[in-house]
Structure formats: structure tokens, C-alpha cells
Design a protein around this ligand. Structure first.
Ligand code: SF4
Length: 585
């Protein structure tokens, strides 16, 4: 059997568990992780290994090219099974490309498949995690992909399930498939055993618990926090929802149990977008308070946000940056929305005319330029109507009816509930929304892209949102590294004083080890003032030639990615030594 998944810096946990099942049943298994959608290594491995089955784990956005690979493998005479998120929410679309499609959690079904006890077609096991978590087989994967084995960060999953209803997430639909939320927890001793195995067999400085809501169950967490530090002792990072910070016992258990950092989503600095579009009705106060509690315990923090959502505009995106400047996370991770069909976000995006494509038109990346048709004035037309119609917890956007014009022609009419009243006459629209022209829309999409590339470092600049506002207001042709440096100069002088800026430059130059700075760093030294080990980062970029390209889009794409990875190691996970930033907020 060969298991196939996309290559990522994080090991594919689902594949590890499936390998564990295969090993237990005595199957000889191989794994092929696909890099940059090049499936040639898979076809070569099918030729060489001659598997009885090839299993693909697919998620939406990576499905179009992977379906072609499934077809190719079947043409080579090998049956194909498809699982993963895309199979769970789009099983019918997967079926033409597979012999078996496994919806939802599929460990028991996978076992049956390997035992020859599963007929062709779509399968769904309505008993969630019926046989618990399998024992993962890391050894095979780490030996095949030594870069994953060498990674100082290893991932573990302790639970499955999430009760929250973020509009862009499949979790609410997953819960509906099973008749409601249920948290499936692994026994603490099993997690300890996995941690010990990792510690004894592969290098590991940090465990990343991939659960959506790690530590949701306090009884489980108390046992874990008691045993993990004594028996395993590897520092760990986890993901939670902000609401989970309300109970401070949880945060104490995190700290006492060896947690060094937390990832949580804010998604937007605008409360209307948070509540009505993203379905994350949490107040600014809850966010600020929760983050303060985390930081008071000395834990590092990654906030996550999404730019260019329906009814956003550049002001709300800058608001999100401003909020992060205030919150001072270790890292402000930012993505750009992909409106996957099957989520409530997909429904809102389609209903209001932000998105008229299908999942086949969407990319897998969270960093690509927005593909939405955005509206004029952002949230301003819809917000009063949405707030007035709100009753209960559900966003009123879901209940509204929208009369969409043909693409590029006129306004959409928004009705509270029905297009036609009880007397058969058309009802009066509650509001109309008009769309940005193609030029205006391209402009906003470009603005969010350049903001996303610079978000992380700008969140560490004193009043960084003001610098961002000025920079994104420039014509696109002026979004250059040198211009950012000129605007940075004015901003830093205004915020820190001329003499201090000279001092910061002198510190950077001295730490760089030369009487002068390399040309590109001298042009724009400001990111290196605010990032940890900034001079080392500048040297790293120079050595890698990241700033030399004349193509400014490529430069900012690469720069944003490098900043992200720099912060992972030196601010969030702290798997690398780092010196404090020259200028700290
Ligand atoms: S908290 Fe995370 S897993 Fe849960 S619904 Fe929101 S995005 Fe999905």
C-alpha cells in the first residue's frame, strides 16, 4: 500500500495513524509526500513497489490536480482510496476518481478496507472514533523523509472535536454529520507513551499539539499536566479558542504542564466581521483579557487573522493590524480568505456575490491574493441590517435572501428573509450592496496581499498600522523595498525621534559587523529593528539574496515568508537562540 499526501514542514499526522493501522495488520506500506504538485515520484513508486492500493488524503484546494493523479494511478491498474477533508465534505465529487471514498473519521473503515471487508463506493462510519486512536508509525515516515525526522518540532494529536462554529471551518458540518459535538480524547498514558517514543528515537525540542482545542477537558488536562513534565519533559505548544482563557485554572495547568506557547485566532480587529461574518462573537475585552492572561504566565503567543473576508475593506484589515500592535503577540500570523464551498463562509460568499466560482477554482494556499469580488464601502451597507435582524446566536446573514445581479451589472438587493411577500408581491429590499469595479477590486486585493506580506513585522512597529496605512495607499508601482524604507524612516523618526533612529541604525550596523550596511539593508533597515535577532536576520536575507530581485512582488512574497519562519524559531517556538529586538514595543 502507498499513502499519498502533500509535503509540508509538519509531519502528516493522519498518515502516521493510518501507517500504524497498516503495520498492525502486517501490510507493507510506503508513503509519498508530494512536493509542488509533482506526482512523478508517486508514479515511479507505484512502478517500483507495485502496491495493491494507493490511498490519497486530500483537502479542498489541492483536489483538482490530485484527482488527475488518482486517475493516473488507476490507469496504471492500481485501485485508489480517497480520504481526508475533501472526501468528507465532497464525497460525490471524489467518487469518479476512486474505488473507495471514506467520509469523516475513517480509522475503522481503513482497517476494514485493508482486511478486504469494504465494498467499492462511498463509506461513512457514523460511530466516531469507534476503535480509538491507532498507534502511529513514525519510524517509517521519518526514515523516508529525514527532514521530518530531524525537525526539532514534532506533532501529536490528543483529541478530535470542536464545539465552536467559525464560519470558515468545516468543524460545524463535521459535528452535524455525527449528530452533534463530541470530544474524543486519547488516554493521557497513551500520549505520554508517544512522547517518550519520540524523545528516545528522534531529536525533539518541542511538541506541537495539533488538537483544535487542546485542554478543553479540564480533568484530562489536570492528569496530563501532572504526568507529562515528570515523564516526558519536552516543552510543548498548543492551539486553543480564546473563550478557553476564561478559566484561569486551564492556563495554570498549561504553564505547570510544560506549555511554552499558545496559538489562537482573532481573525479580525472589527467586531462586526468577527461576529456576523466569521461567527466568532467575542468582544475586544475578552480578547485583550485572554491574551493578557496568557502573556502574564510567560507563554509565547501566535494570533491568527484572515484578511479580505466578505464585507471587509482595507480599513478593517488595518484595524486588525492595529489590534495586534496593541496586543503584542510573539507572532501575528495572517492569511487571506479562501471561501471554501460547504462552509458557512462559502455560503455567505456565494449568496452575497463575493464568489461565483466553485471549490475547483480555489487554491490550497492561505496566502494567495484574494479571489473575491468585494463590495463598495465594506460592511457599511449590511451592518445596520444585519444587526437589526439578529436574533439568537446565528448570524442574520445566513437567513437573508439576496437578489444578485448578473456579474458586473448593478447592485445586489438584500431582503430580510424572502424575495416575495405573503401577498405574492415583491418585498422591499432592506438594503442594496454595490460592488467594486474591476479596477477597484484589483486594487483592494493587491492592498491586502502587500499588507499580508508585511503584517508580521509591522505588528511589532510602534503604531505600525499608521505606517501600513500610508504604504498601502501608494500606487502599486511604488510598493518597493526602497519606498518602504523611505516611509519607514519618516515613521520611525516620528515615533522614536531622530537621534534614536540614528542609534538604532548604529546598533544594527555594529551588530552586522561592518562600518556600513549592505545596500538593501541600508535602504530599509526598519524590519530589522523590530524582529528578534534582527541583524542576524538581515545577514540571512543578504546571504540568501532574498532582497536582490528586481521583481518587487517576488521580493515581498519571499520576505513575508522568511519573516514568518524567522519568528517561528525565534519568537514563537524558541527552538533557536535569539537576541531581543533593537526596538521592542
Ligand atoms: S475553533 Fe478552530 S476547529 Fe473549532 S470551529 Fe473554529 S476554526 Fe474550526
Amino acid at each position: 500500500m502507498i499513502l499519498v499526501m502533500r509535503h509540508h514542514v509538519i509531519e502528516p499526522l493522519g498518515v502516521l495513524y493510518l501507517l500504524g493501522i497498516a503495520k498492525k495488520l502486517g501490510w507493507d506500506a510506503q508513503v509519498v509526500l508530494i512536493k509542488e504538485s509533482d506526482f512523478t515520484p508517486l508514479y515511479d513508486e507505484v512502478e517500483r513497489f507495485k502496491p495493491d492500493i494507493v490511498g490519497f488524503s486530500i483537502w479542498t484546494g489541492w483536489h483538482v490536480q490530485t484527482f488527475k493523479a488518482c486517475d493516473h494511478v488507476r490507469e496504471m491498474g492500481v485501485p485508489v482510496a480517497i480520504g481526508g477533508p475533501h472526501a468528507t465534505f465532497n464525497a460525490d465529487a471524489c467518487l469518479p476518481h476512486a474505488d473507495w471514498v471514506i467520509k469523516g473519521e475513517g480509522f475503522r473503515l481503513f482497517r476494514k478496507l485493508l482486511e478486504g471487508d469494504l465494498g467499492h463506493g462511498i463509506h461513512f462510519d457514523d460511530e466516531r472514533m469507534a476503535e480509538g486512536f491507532p498507534v502511529p508509525d513514525r519510524e517509517l515516515l521519518y526514515n523516508l523523509y529525514p527532514e521530518l525526522g530531524r525537525s526539532p518540532i514534532k506533532s501529536i494529536m490528543c483529541s478530535v472535536g470542536c464545539p465552536f462554529k467559525c464560519s470558515y471551518c468545516y468543524a460545524p458540518h463535521y459535528n452535524n454529520m455525527y449528530g452533534g459535538f463530541e470530544l474524543t480524547l486519547r488516554p493521557v498514558d497513551e500520549v505520554i507513551e508517544e512522547g517518550l517514543w519520540i524523545r528516545e528515537n528522534f531529536p525533539c525540542d518541542l511538541i506541537y499539539f495539533q488538537d483544535d482545542i487542546f485542554g478543553f477537558n479540564l480533568t484530562w488536562l489536570a492528569e496530563f499536566a501532572e504526568k507529562w513534565p515528570k515523564q516526558v519533559g519536552i516543552p510543548w505548544h498548543c492551539q486553543i479558542r480564546l473563550e478557553m482563557t476564561r478559566d484561569e485554572r486551564r492556563l495554570d495547568l498549561f504553564r505547570d504542564g510544560g506549555c511554552t506557547g499558545i496559538t489562537l485566532a482573532i481573525e479580525s480587529g472589527n467586531d462586526f466581521l468577527r461576529e456576523f461574518v466569521l461567527f466568532r462573537g467575542m468582544t475586544d475585552d475578552l480578547i485583550e483579557e485572554g491574551i493578557r492572561k496568557i502573556q502574564d504566565r510567560g507563554l509565547t503567543l501566535r494570533t491568527e487573522q484572515i484578511l479580505a473576508v466578505p464585507f471587509s475593506d482595507i480599513q478593517t484589515d488595518i484595524e486588525t493590524l492595529k489590534f495586534n500592535v496593541k496586543l503584542k503577540p510573539s507572532m501575528a500570523w495572517t492569511s487571506i480568505l479562501q471561501p471554501y464551498g460547504g462552509t458557512n463562509m462559502g455560503t455567505i460568499a456565494s449568496k452575497f456575490g463575493f464568489w461565483r466560482g466553485t471549490n475547483d477554482d480555489l487554491d490550497e494556499s492561505f496566502f494567495d491574493r484574494s479571489t473575491l469580488q468585494h463590495v463598495k464601502g465594506g460592511r457599511h451597507s449590511i451592518e445596520p441590517v444585519a444587526r437589526a435582524l439578529k436574533s439568537g446566536k446565528e448570524s442574520s446573514l445566513l437567513g437573508m435572501k439576496v437578489d444578485l445581479p448578473p456579474v458586473g451589472e448593478g447592485n445586489a438587493k438584500v431582503f430580510p428573509r424572502d424575495l416575495v411577500g405573503i401577498n405574492g408581491n415583491p418585498t422591499t429590499p432592506a438594503c442594496e450592496i454595490s460592488y467594486l469595479s474591476p479596477e477597484e477590486n484589483a486594487r483592494y486585493c493587491d492592498q491586502t496581499a502587500i499588507l499580508q506580506r508585511n503584517f508580521d513585522w509591522l505588528s511589532k512597529v510602534p503604531d505600525g498600522h499608521e505606517l501600513a496605512t500610508r504604504f498601502v495607499a501608494l500606487p502599486k508601482e511604488e510598493w518597493t523595498w526602497a519606498t518602504l524604507g523611505k516611509f519607514g524612516e519618516v515613521h520611525f523618526v516620528e515615533k522614536c525621534g531622530f537621534d534614536n533612529v540614528l542609534l538604532f541604525k548604529a546598533q544594527l550596523t555594529e551588530a552586522f559587523g561592518g562600518p556600513t550596511l549592505p545596500e538593501k539593508i541600508a535602504q530599509n533597515p526598519y524590519p530589522f529593528f523590530v524582529l528578534p535577532s534582527g541583524p542576524d536576520f538581515a545577514r540571512y536575507l543578504v546571504e540568501k539574496n532574498v532582497l536582490e530581485t528586481a521583481d518587487q512582488k517576488v521580493l515581498f512574497d519571499d520576505f513575508g515568508k522568511e519573516v514568518r519562519y524567522w519568528l517561528y524559531g525565534r519568537a514563537l517556538y524558541k527552538t533557536e537562540e535569539a537576541k531581543p529586538a533593537i526596538v521592542a514595543l
